[in-house]
Design a protein around this ligand. Structure first.
Ligand code: JFE
Length: 246
């Protein structure tokens, strides 16, 4: 049983920079929250510190540059986030450049989770025992996730990217169901190794800076348009992704 058929989806985000998550109030995600389709709870990791300096990091065992986030503080924050949710399973997402790559297929899967918890680290990341501990608890599913092969300063921007990709797939969130339906071809193809890129799109005016809209699109011949779009998608896919298909 998936959550979207029963409860409201909850997303928790834990960070030392909760203000970084302010965009979650805006646009599509903000409207989904207002409509009661989705609950987003942003927590300041420093609320779980116990010392006067509100310390969340310490030097790495074994030496090396930078600081590592302490498992004690993260454990308290994640436990509270789970305790405040009615979900039976908590999907803990730990952002890291060393994680499995986030894809459309994973966004689709995560859009059915009752309670997603995003752990946004900073510095050199979070003590590995946080991942290992929650993997040993049956009420948690733990994934270490990367949004791409480049290094960010922390997990917050990666969490924003993932949440945007996930939330638009929750039933009822997108205002225009046709745009998701049309995309369903793309979604199923995006999961295949030979994914097809989108064809180019045009709107008015018919000529702009001496560039005309391709004639086929104004022909009214829908069969020809479909064939042209598929050919453009294939050509673009070969050119950009270097794939040889069909
Ligand atoms: C954190 C950092 C050098 C981490 C752990 C927490 N796709 C993606 N790129 N970067 C991240 C995700 C990411 C996510 C969380 C993060 C980066 N950093 C910085 C720097 C090595 C690291 O290894 C801290």
């Amino acid at each position: 049983m998936t959550n979207s058929e029963t409860n409201k989806n909850r997303i928790s985000v834990i960070s030392i920079f909760p203000e970084y998550l302010a965009p979650l109030e805006l646009s599509l995600i903000g409207k989904a929250r207002e409509a009661g389709l989705l609950e987003i709870v942003v927590t300041d990791l420093r609320d779980f510190t116990t010392d006067i300096h509100r310390t969340v990091d310490d030097t790495p065992y074994g030496g090396g540059a930078g600081m590592v986030m302490m498992p004690t503080i993260w454990g308290e924050a994640i436990d509270q986030s789970a305790a405040n949710s009615e979900a039976e399973i908590h999907d803990l997402v730990i952002l890291t450049p060393a994680g499995e790559l986030f894809t459309q297929a994973k966004a689709q899967e995560m859009s059915t989770c009752a309670h997603l918890i995003f752990a946004c680290g900073r510095y050199e990341g979070i003590d590995q025992r946080v991942t290992d501990h929650y993997r040993s608890r049956p009420e948690f599913r733990v994934r270490e996730v990367s949004i791409g092969d480049y290094v960010l300063n922390g997990g917050e921007a990666a969490a924003l990217v993932m949440i945007e990709a996930i939330v638009r797939l929750i039933p009822g969130v997108i205002g225009n169901p046709a745009s998701l339906e049309e995309e369903s071809h793309t979604i199923s193809e995006a999961q295949l190794p030979g994914a097809l890129l989108e064809y180019p799109t045009y709107t008015k005016p018919p000529v702009w800076r001496e560039l005309a809209v391709p004639e086929v699109l104004t022909s009214g011949n829908h069969g020809l348009i479909q064939k042209w779009r598929r050919e453009m998608a294939l050509a673009r896919t070969r050119r950009i992704r270097g794939l040889t298909r069909e």
